[in-house]
Write a protein that binds this ligand. Sequence first.
Ligand SMILES: [Mg+2]
Length: 270
Amino acid sequence: MQSKNSSKSEKLALNLKKDIVQMIFNAKSSHLGGALSCLDILSVLYSGILKINPKKPKDKRRDFFILSKGHVAAVVYATLANKGFFSKNHLKEFGKNNSLLSAHISHKVKGVEVSTGSLGHGLPISIGLSLGLRANKLENKVYCMISDGELNCGSTWESIMLAGHHKINNIICLIDKNNIQSYGNTNEIIDLKDLKHKFESFGWNAFNCNGHKHLEIKDTFKKALKDKNKPKVIIFNTVKGKGIANFENKLISHYRPPTKNELIEVMEEI
Ligand SMILES: [Mg+2]
């Protein structure tokens, strides 16, 4: 429920929740669980951390956001529409035939930098971009959001090694650690154990953060951005399906769309 004292990012988070539940319901699409787990992180990121201008999406001075877990496109499209990159009316087209708003993220949509969906691609692309920016002595930052399931991809670890070795200091990797991937719990498939320690051993500056507490998310971004020497990673501890009881911490929330009753419940609650 929105209160008078809600921050800008908390208001955005409520709008995003309403939008994505409706979009995924309309499209009979999937991946609501993984969209809800990263919704609060995106709300804070797009409320003053990321340097962007919706009127000039290709501005040379912009920061870059790359979604590597491209299957949660709905939450990024909703964020971009709420920030004014394009009209919210377009959200109705999500997941429909011939729509620009495809269910896996597309760079044809204003404000989206890269199309992804095949996992393990976002971080290598982001690190290449970061290297290019640094070689040109540019100040832009690159934020890349990956899932915890993508930490099973070899390409992810190749890029983590490369960034640590070359001290690529303009990349901030955001891990949506909801502990579930498409086929089960991450610790049963490949146990990631102490991720912070793992990243530090590869030369990264690593932070743990509750991925649903807006003030903590904002403070952790600020803390991470103070470091000018190393690549940075924020390990966001999140809940898959956060905010809808039937979806929270459930594997099935990776796949199934909300029912009509669940849609009504979310709309009434907001
Ligand atoms: Mg996951």
